[in-house]
Design a protein around this ligand. Structure first.
Ligand code: GSH
Length: 197
């Protein structure tokens, strides 16, 4: 199974992290992002969006880190990471949406601005970050894990851009429940880090 990957991408890291948790080997195909390889014909053939990560598992080709987590969990991860009950699946899905919306437009954009020079509105990204971080911190005040009372792909999707938020000058030290949750996730067997977290 191939992962078209960029080591500094939190979206790619979501996939590497989860694959490690479930002990599923990935063949990493580094994409030369800085030189625009993700917009070349070869990559656009795999993903017309011109984005990574991309997962290739035989004839299955998938884009979007959340979708890839769902696929891997369903196919290789078992019940633990992707519950079969409807209400628990929906619980996990709520957090996958948070990862691709509030986290994307908050801490992810703040990091793109400060670390990679994206021209965008840092104040707005900061405001959005603290708004979602407050909600998550409140939630974690009474939950050990984001969804389904156990570690799931919800945690894998939300963790990367929170654990690297400081690279976007978003200070998360005061979010005590988030700190405890991050620490809990880091203690799981087969945890791997990415540069910056
Ligand atoms: N929704 C996608 C977003 C993927 C994404 O934005 N990837 C970035 C790298 S982290 C990218 O390839 N950006 C290229 C571009 O937007 O042109 C996911 O969750 O995987």
């Amino acid at each position: 199974m191939k992962l078209y990957d960029l080591v500094l991408s939190g979206n790619c890291y979501k996939v590497r992290l989860f694959a490690s948790f479930i002990d599923t080997p990935l063949t990493i195909v580094p994409v030369d992002f800085m030189n625009g390889e993700h917009k070349t014909e070869a990559i656009l053939k795999l993903n017309p969006w011109g984005e990574i990560p991309i997962l290739e598992d035989g004839s299955v080709i998938l884009r979007d880190s959340q979708a890839i987590l769902v696929y891997l969990a369903n196919k290789y991860g078992g019940e633990a990471w992707w519950p079969s009950e409807a209400h628990l699946q929906a619980d996990v899905m709520q957090w996958l949406s948070v990862a691709s919306n509030e986290i994307q437009h908050g801490p992810n954009v703040a990091r793109l601005i400060k670390k990679f020079g994206l021209e965008s509105d840092w104040e707005q990204a900061s405001e959005r970050s603290h708004s979602i971080l407050t909600l998550i911190d409140n939630h974690l005040g009474s939950h050990h894990w984001l969804a389904a009372s156990r570690p799931t792909i919800a945690d894998c999707a939300v963790y990367p851009y929170i654990s690297t938020a400081h690279e976007g000058d978003i200070d998360i030290d005061s979010y005590r429940n988030i700190q405890v949750w991050m620490n809990r996730l880091q203690q799981l067997p087969n945890y791997i880090s990415m540069p910056g977290n």
